[in-house]
Design a binder for this molecule. Sequence first.
Ligand code: ZN
Length: 506
Amino acid sequence: MDDLFLFNATILKNRFDLSQTNIHIKNGIIHSVDFDNIDVINAQNTQIVDCEGKTLLTGFADAHLHLFSYSSSLNQLDVSYPKVKNINQILKVISNSIENSPEGTWILCDGFDEMDLDNQLSLDILDNIFKNNPIKINHRSGHACFMNSLAMKRLSISTSSEDYKRGLIDRDDNGNLTGWFFDMNEQISFLLREKNQAKRTEINISNTLEQLIHMGIFYIHDASINNDLEKWNICLEHSSSLQFSPSITLLPGIDHLDEFINRGLYFGYKEKDMMLGHTKIIVSSISGSIYPNLNQLSNQISESHKYGFPVAIHAVTQDEINNTLDALEIVYSNSNHPNKDRIEHFTEATPEIITKAKKLGVNLVVNPSFIYQNGFRYSQRIPKMLQPYTFNYRTLLDSGFNLAIGSDAPYGNLDPLINIQSMVNRKDQLGNIYNGNQAISITESMWLISQGVNQVSANDIISKKPSVGDKANIVILNQNLQNIDHTNVHKLAVDVVIKDGFRILS
Ligand SMILES: [Zn+2]
């Protein structure tokens, strides 16, 4: 490994300001850092790289994603709009896949949203055409799926099956299954795994971890509700077997917290490149009533706090967020709180909600790439009156919230540059602008997607700036941020990735 002298790079000083820097990397370690000084050193065996004012970061962070779902989505048929524009095209995608697979193979599809299409998918259509293959079609939100009769039969799901917790098995007026399942992914993937006898390890986590490094993402939080001790061990196995891996914070699911506690593992516990994070709880109103209700939720929060774990609560709608804030208020009124609790998504952030949340001092993890993926859906489906209060990052920052950025991949877009674009130009994939008044600057966006994670972690996991003695973890972009605004943010790209002193991408 050559020693490197990175000269004339632009670095973020804080959320608003930039400065010039030179960095000398020796044996993969940061040997010296000079700010506001552009003298070039003269040393042997040192490659001098003129960064020409381009932006230098200590890596991107993703404060909310789903490693296993993302990895398995890579092997599923993409039936998302606009790739697929009607039901016939979906049937064609499925038929093609069946023709090219062994008989009776499970056909798994992802990204479906029937509201994007002109006609509806029904059990009759699927059952009539595909008699020999079990088929499962995931909704793009990750909160619903559709299965044909053979798939339900294989998983032993029948009219007598019971709903599960916050989930719902959809039935028609006669009590017959319609094929739709809401918020039951955890149970269904468990059944699928049992049937296939496919171990979770077969899902290619390593490829995903390598992909993350190539994108310059060095820090991730996995916020899946089914995170248990087995998943902790699998992640540990994959990340230790790789030469370069992002550091992974695993958020234990509320139903699995005891597995970690019984092992003596605690919030902020570290092993190799892994850390244990907040307890993940989902508040959902998908089944028609809120689950968990106020009482159950405040008990779950207290229980988690009792063992020193702050909570990360999934709450999207006003009802879900209000229920969450009310529960936190109950808990806080009874005891001291760790002050690091976070709310995930926080989509419908009305003025009343903002006031209430600010008073409680919660931190927020938001998902800008949803603007890119779904802007055209939101402008049609979210009531006009509510739209100004959704994805309202300008207001949230001006209200003084700590924000961290999560892609929510595979449901949102994993690419940090897409997340940055969404914050700065507010454009969806079709070029429409969603709630444009809520745009934030490129410097603020870059700060949030690299440093925001520190506010929602057990401790600072990403260094504020390159510091002497650290392993060289550096990402260089193709532009100086001074020259970037909403008109050209889409041109931003990653030029160089240096992980642990090695140039991965250049
Ligand atoms: Zn999520």
